[in-house]
Design a protein around this ligand. Structure first.
Ligand code: NI
Length: 177
């Protein structure tokens, strides 16, 4: 297990389309453990594989948020698909490990149901409201390269970019405009 460096926006790896997990191998289990360690180290409630530079369809959500189980391992969502969202929306501040210190109010459906595969290869469905609905949609977005910053206007986007450039030692390989 290892804490991996977080990929910070505007790193282009956050825009890659994640690949489907074909089967649960030791590599996938090891990725899960690294994501777990990294999420805990950075005090996130969720983390997606592209955030540690691995473009595969898996994200984790803290067990307390996902199932209400205190102290259980984070829930792995592999090859997830959001299969339903409610018609009501909810606007609330969102944060992201790839945007350290940035919080953006984002309007999303207040309810979301997701279907995914677990580390045991079994399919499962979770229906969430409030924080869980938001976490499901936010983490699922990461697997298609969609980010928090896509919900804001160009001015706010520039402000976020400046703030991150100032506060991190990120030097940007292939930064987006
Ligand atoms: Ni995020």
């Amino acid at each position: 297990m290892a804490v991996r460096p977080i990929v910070v926006w505007p790193d282009s790896r956050l825009r890659e389309e994640a690949k489907t997990v074909e089967t649960i191998t030791d590599e996938v289990r090891s990725l899960y453990k690294d994501l777990w360690d990294t999420m805990v180290a950075y005090q996130g409630i969720g983390i997606a594989s592209p955030q540690i530079g691995v473009a595969v369809k898996m994200f984790l959500i803290d067990a307390m948020v996902a199932t209400g189980e205190d102290g259980a391992p984070p829930v792995a969502f592999i090859n997830p698909e959001v299969i339903a969202t409610g018609t009501e929306t909810d606007k609330s501040d969102e944060g992201c490990l790839s945007f350290p210190g940035i919080y953006v109010p984002i309007e999303r459906p207040a309810e979301a149901t997701i279907r995914a595969m677990g580390l045991d290869c079994e399919m499962f469905e979770i229906a969430g409201t409030e924080l869980l609905a938001r976490a499901i949609q936010h983490e699922n977005d990461h697997l298609t390269g969609k980010l928090m910053v896509d919900f804001v206007g160009p001015l706010k986007k520039r402000m976020i970019k400046r703030k991150l450039a100032r506060e991190s030692d990120y030097e940007g390989a292939e930064a987006e405009g």
